[in-house]
Design a binder for this molecule. Structure first.
Ligand code: TNX
Length: 531
């Protein structure tokens, strides 16, 4: 960060902020004003460089969104207009007409330093100009602009304003290419609409990957045409014996399309060879003796396995991976590979080698949980590390071994990034096998230095998973994700960062969550703004 970030709200002594960049507009002074302007740089994740200037830019009834001739810039401009129109009540026409005023979105191939996702935001008296090399960068610039407007901009009915943006320049590029969030839709099912809502929330914090854990012992949640009983039988229930559910292929395509419109890539996970009780119950022929078995409705793990020695297992794996790959425009396909405690080590190695080859055959890059260390990784494979402070030296050594073979890592340390874990011992929701994860703990790590012996170049990025053994509703999911999701978002986007400063920026998000109707945990570790 090239300058100090003003984390404190104006007029709130003792938080160290000086209001720099908050400007002198009518909205800037009132601590209780719903239209208070955040300081430039009071953004999550923290931008790489923030240069505040005095004063504010104000969006008015005359403001146009200027997108030039680019369809990509127009798409981002329409998205921005859709965000701003309901609360501002302004028409905000999206126009190709050039002009020195308004909100200007520019795509410029010559801006090579901005890379695939970086952007620059310049706010002056006359205009707010967003510049990027690629559409994703413009989209991220819009997320920053949202956070620089008063929180009430997030409401879906007309609000009084004024709609001020602090002046100055932000230049911002991400530290890591992979900044993910995972939802386990297998333990409890979440509908397309619920996932879309979460996607919108992820986009606000520049998360660019949505990993869906689509299958587990308790349910198979994605239609596979060549094995229809996976959903007609395997999707009917959930943890606790509830009613389950699954995505048709069109449902899934709609998730992929919607996520792409928010510049998120969907990574499907089909968990093999363990976590397969729902598949085994759907097709008894996948069991060793063709015997019938049950879908699991409890929360235990590590008891189910595909039958590694049977040919039909590989027909199944090939068909499933082919059909899932067809639904996947993105690069990655996740094959799980975790907690295969009912598979012998030898069988595991055989199975994972074959399954990885199938992923390659259908043109995807394989991702697996870090238990992949028990097999030979395919060229280009990515492993997702989900260990924690108590993970054994032997297990860590296995991960180092993978890295030594060229495997890149997605880091999801369970005692930092796991959004299903309890904040405190008093919490009803959540698990705690990796310990309690208060908000400060979720921020207390550095991906570049987290695993001894793993160089920064081997870290593809970070991911925050929500496992759903104890979570069934949108409110519960949000309560667990907010605020901790933002810790992982920032660890993926920004280099460095101290908790004492981060928590001040976090504090400014509460007003946005209230305006958006997001349920969150009001952690005592964060000095929340009054909202
Ligand atoms: C471990 S993390 C699992 C999941 C559970 C989760 C609960 C991982 C790869 N496996 O099966 O849902 O813990 O926290």
């Amino acid at each position: 960060m090239s300058c100090s970030i003003d984390g404190g709200g104006r007029g709130r002594g003792g938080r160290g902020g000086d209001g720099q960049g908050s400007g002198d507009g009518p909205a800037a002074g009132g601590g209780e004003s719903p239209a208070r302007t955040p300081a430039l740089g009071r953004v999550v994740p923290a931008p790489s460089s923030v240069e505040p200037a005095a004063g504010v830019h104000t969006l008015t009834a005359d403001t146009a969104i200027r997108v030039g001739e680019s369809d990509d810039a127009r798409a981002v401009g329409e998205y921005l207009a859709g965000l701003l129109r309901p609360s501002t009540g302004h028409p905000l026409p999206v126009t190709s007409e050039d002009g020195a005023d308004g909100v200007r979105l520019r795509l410029d191939a010559a801006e090579s330093a901005l890379g695939a996702e970086g952007y620059r935001l310049e706010s002056s008296d006359a205009s707010v100009t967003l510049t990027a090399r690629e559409p994703a960068g413009l989209f991220h610039a819009v997320q920053t602009l949202r956070q620089l407007l008063p929180a009430a901009v997030e409401k879906d009915t007309a609000q009084p304003g004024p709609w001020t943006v602090p002046r100055g320049t932000i230049t911002d590029v991400p530290a890591y290419a992979y900044r993910g969030a995972m939802v386990d839709v297998a333990r409890h099912f979440f509908t397309v609409e619920q996932i879309k809502r979460y996607v919108d929330q992820l986009a606000l914090y520049k998360i660019n990957k949505l990993h869906l854990h689509l299958t587990d012992d308790q349910g198979w949640r994605i239609a596979v045409d060549s094995w229809p009983k996976l959903t007609s039988v395997g999707a009917v229930t959930a943890v606790g014996g509830g009613s389950g559910g699954f995505y048709t292929k069109d449902d899934y395509r709609e998730i992929v399309r919607y996520a792409a419109s928010r510049h998120l890539e969907v990574i499907p996970e089909i968990d093999f060879p363990g976590h397969t009780a729902a598949a085994l119950a759907s097709y008894p022929e996948l069991n060793p003796e063709g015997e019938t078995s049950e879908i699991h409705t409890g929360v235990e793990v590590g008891f189910s396995s595909l039958t590694v020695g049977k040919d039909i297992t590989y027909d199944f794996v090939d068909d499933v991976i082919r059909e899932i790959a067809e639904l996947t425009p993105g690069e990655y396909l996740h094959i799980g590979g975790d907690e295969a405690d009912a598979t012998s080590q030898e069988d595991y190695a055989v199975f994972m080698e074959k399954a990885q080859a199938v992923v390659a055959k259908y043109g995807k890059t394989v991702v697996a949980w870090h238990q992949l260390a028990g097999a030979r990784p395919a060229p280009g494979a990515v492993a997702q590390y989900w260990g924690y402070d108590d993970t054994s030296a032997a297990e860590r050594a296995g991960v180092l071994g993978l890295v030594g073979q060229g495997v890149r890592l997605i880091l999801s340390p369970a005692d930092r990034t796991y959004l299903d874990h309890k904040y405190t011992a008093e919490e009803e929701l959540g698990l705690k096998w990796a310990g309690l994860v208060e908000v400060d703990r979720s921020y207390d790590w550095d991906p570049a230095a987290y695993l001894d012996g793993v160089p920064r170049e081997a870290v593809l990025g970070v991911e925050a998973p929500v496992w759903t053994e104890t979570l069934e509703t949108t409110e519960q999911l949000e309560y667990m994700a907010f605020p901790r999701l933002l810790s992982t978002a920032e660890r993926g986007w920004s280099s460095g960062g101290e908790w004492d400063e981060f928590r001040l920026r976090l504090a400014g998000q509460a007003g946005r969550w209230e305006a958006m109707g997001i349920t969150y945990y009001k952690s005592p570790t964060v000095p929340w703004d009054e909202v």
